[in-house]
Design a protein around this ligand. Sequence first.
Ligand code: 3PG
Length: 219
Amino acid sequence: MSTSSASARQAALEDILIPARIVPVLTIDRVEDGVPLARALVAGGVRVLEVTFRTDAAADAAKAIIADVPDAIVGMGTVLDGDDLRRALALGAHFAVSPGATPELLDAAAASTLPLLPGVATASEVMQAKARGFNLLKFFPAEQAGGISMLRALAGPFPSTRFCPTGGVHADNVTTWLAEPNVICAGGSWLCPASDIKAGNWEVITGRCIDAMKKLRRR
Ligand code: 3PG
């Protein structure tokens, strides 16, 4: 994904995240799990994936998914600084996600072609992101940082800012989050618990995705 201006990068991110509705946050410990996991998610109708940079396997797993699962749209998560952002771009990611928004990372993203979804949890962080042209943000950790009432409070001073809440979102509250007018999608690990990945329970993961997407369509 190569886009040059802040508005073009945000538009590219919206094109990915709005139709996705749900973005699974993946922690992959073994490179060989990446492709079957991504295939299981795609088979369940979940195409946009956040592969976190939290493990040694993450980069190679993401590369394998990008090469072998063309229907998956891969973003790199847990991007903490400009170096991580450059690694994400080099391995072919479509977008990047960060848990927070340091000035160094925001500046690197403003100079990069890779769209970044920066994490924020406070009004000051929203202001820092907006000052650099970022108006589509991850609200993290969503439940722990105040939940829906916090997001509603942020909508007052920041009416045009939209969010992807992540952290504490799960099967029973995701539709409530998605009903908020300033929420465009929601992220979380609940679709792919570590135990299912470790055991290779790919059909269970596909079934969970199908159920989640059905529930969203019923809204
Ligand atoms: C994370 O970064 O760990 C994600 O926000 C996932 O949070 P969750 O495990 O509460 O879904």
